[in-house]
Design a protein around this ligand. Sequence first.
Ligand code: PEP
Length: 257
Amino acid sequence: MKKFLIVANWKLHGSINMISNFFEYMKLYTSMDLEQNIVIAPPTVYLERIYKKIEKTNIVLGAQNVDINIEGSFTGETSISMLKEIGVRYVIVGHSERRLWHHENSELIAKKIYLIKKFNLIPILCIGETKEDKKNNATKKTIIKQLNDIIAVLGSSVFQNIVIAYEPIWAIGTGLASDPKTTQLIHEFIKNYIRTYDSSISNVLVQYGGSVNPKNAKLFISQPDIDGLLVGSASLNPKEFLKIIQIAYNIYKSKNI
Ligand code: PEP
């Protein structure tokens, strides 16, 4: 089966009750022979509770954020060693909401990626253009800048064992998903760009994120260079999320790449 990754980004949503209903429903998922292709990234406070529910399944744990310090006087933060200790395997970085609301810049994002990799966890680096960029035909320019900013600090080998999530900002949480064919071209562009920078990097997974739901998931997943999905709102509903997983499983199983 082609390697793929479906990530649930719960953002600031969830409750103890919601978690128990969610995983009761997700038990259906254990009948699929998936290989740790599903990641749940809940709010930090629920990570451990969810780990206990998934540790004997193929679902793995993701964090939505990490600090750039390992320990010390940094009130309110969570370190990479803490995340690793409680079973986290993936960490989302550079999400547009953190870039916007928490003023995270490329330098900070690069530091986070460095630490995540140092602790042998996998960063999910979010990149993508604004509505304005799209209007000005500047999607590729924005993507190149976002990639180059990271390469400038960490070198192009940073893209070994990393997941990239292409998330056009105008598509996040708006119900206006990107066009799957255009998205395919952008994914191909991202992969080629990284390859021309460093030809030894051939295994970068590039996910799409932005208003994915069970109705449009198939159109994205059927594209050759879309290696998975980063799902926000639809991942809060276990029925919808499971439908997306089932669609992905069936399509990627038939893609014998
Ligand atoms: C996201 O925030 O990463 C996301 C893709 O959200 P949504 O699916 O709700 O657009």
